[in-house]
Design a protein around this ligand. Structure first.
Ligand code: IMP
Length: 416
């Protein structure tokens, strides 16, 4: 069976949690390959809201093995908290959750530096979880890998490299920069039982023909290489990041499901060509509950941006589309879709208002949250989906019409 990547095509928050939850039901293994606690996958299972930031959403499927691969950056405190929450909810973790010993360790100093920078004029609007500075340490070859926690004396020596670097840059502003002896012992206690060579584990599963689902975090427009740089996260969020971040060859990825909301949202700074800021945007924000699941920040709102999605489909090699939150459009007289302009990643068209071209499509009145087949949708909702499908020349495999598992329309099998 194939390796399937599920990836966000916009600025994160596309509703990956729900889509991964759906495909995770059929997966033998669910792997997260990038990012850290900057992600927040909101899942509604049996009516109960659960937010996971680090552990793959697949953990809720008792038959799935879950992997946090080496492309990730891991904050031991958040990890410990999630383990606790899941255990309290009666979810079995031991023997089902594996963490790469090559993943990077987030230190308190990374979080503090991230917070300090966000007070400055060049702020990115980060989640302040220490993600950027940890990746900086990794690329500069002074970071700590989780496997370093196996030898605490050596780990403490390595810590100094990072400490010297950041204190020389931010000396006056740092309060409590060094991970204390106590902290590092605790981090080791929490993480060591889960550490292993996860690439071997994943490749074995793929070789045995198992379904392996690679769960993307953030979104294509936040990717370090392909997003709206410098207003991006510091990891490879695109589908290709699954290869480098999890240690599997490109030949092992068979399918890529790209997720887009029916509209667009973004948190943090940076270009957003189809943004709307009027009272209608506020209405859509409330209706769609568009507030960050990690930081609670109100998300910026905009119409669907087809040229950006076309670009995202290209750089991810998307084989099928999942459209989420279509139900939020119910009750609108008309809907706008952006058809033609440069992409948000094109520096020349960073502020693209004059170049934007919108088409207005008719809306629909009906509540669509109980639709279970494509044919149950009102004609204009069908037309909206078909318009996206035909512009992107990519078939839609899933339409989400509500938060619950049951509010889902499957139009084709994404694994085949
Ligand atoms: P960082 O990843 O915390 O460094 O933040 C960099 C940028 O990515 C900021 O604009 C964040 O708001 C954004 N970002 C990071 N993770 C997510 C996510 O999971 N959803 C949406 N935006 C995110």
């Amino acid at each position: 069976m194939p390796g399937l990547v599920v990836v966000g095509l916009q600025y994160g928050d596309e509703g990956k949690g729900k889509v991964v939850d759906y495909y995770g039901e059929r997966a033998h293994m669910v792997v997260r390959y990038a990012g850290g606690a900057n992600a927040g996958h909101t899942l509604v299972v049996n009516g109960k809201k659960t937010i996971l930031r680090l552990i793959p959403s697949g953990i809720l499927n008792p038959d799935a093995i879950c992997v946090m691969a080496q492309g990730m950056v891991i904050d031991p405190e958040v990890f410990a908290q999630e383990i606790k929450t899941l255990r309290e909810a009666g979810i079995k973790i031991d023997g089902r959750l594996f963490v790469s010993d090559k993943a990077s360790l987030i230190l308190p100093i990374h979080i503090e530096v991230d917070q300090i920078r966000e007070l400055g004029a060049n702020k990115i609007g980060t989640t302040k979880k220490g993600v950027g500075p940890t990746y900086e340490d990794k690329i500069a070859r002074r970071g700590l890998k989780l496997g370093d926690l196996r030898d605490l004396d050596a780990a403490r020596t390595k810590l100094w490299n990072s400490f010297y670097y950041w204190t020389s840059a931010y000396e006056k502003q740092l309060n409590n920069p060094l991970m204390s002896k106590q902290n590092i012992v605790e981090a080791a206690e929490i993480l060591l039982p889960f550490l292993t060579d996860t690439s071997a584990l994943i490749n074995q599963a793929l070789c045995k023909g198992k379904n392996v689902l690679f769960e993307g975090a953030q979104g294509t427009m936040l990717d370090i290489d392909h997003g709206t740089y410098p207003y991006v996260t510091s990891s490879s969020a695109v589908a290709g990041g699954a290869c480098t971040g999890a240690g599997v060859g490109p030949t092992k990825i068979n399918k890529v499901v790209g997720i887009t909301k029916a509209y667009t949202t973004r948190v943090g700074e940076g270009p957003f060509p189809t943004e709307i800021t009027d009272a209608f945007a506020a209405e859509l924000r409330t209706k769609g509950n568009e507030f960050g699941s990690v930081t609670g920040r109100p998300r910026r709102i905009g119409w669907l941006d087809l040229p950006d999605l076309e670009y995202a489909c290209m750089v991810n090699g998307v084989t099928a589309l999942a459209i989420t939150k279509l139900d939020i459009f119910s009750g609108l007289e008309s809907i706008q879709v952006c058809y033609s302009k440069g992409t948000a990643t094109d520096f020349k068209t960073e502020i693209t208002e004059p170049l934007q071209a919108y088409e207005t499509l008719p809306g629909w009145e009906e509540d669509i949250s109980l639709a279970s087949r494509f044919s149950d949708l009102p004609k204009n909702a069908q037309r909206y989906v078909e318009c996206v499908e035909s512009y992107l020349a990519t078939p839609v495999c899933l339409i989400s019409v509500g938060a619950g598992r049951s509010n889902t329309i499957i139009t084709r099998d994404a694994f085949v």
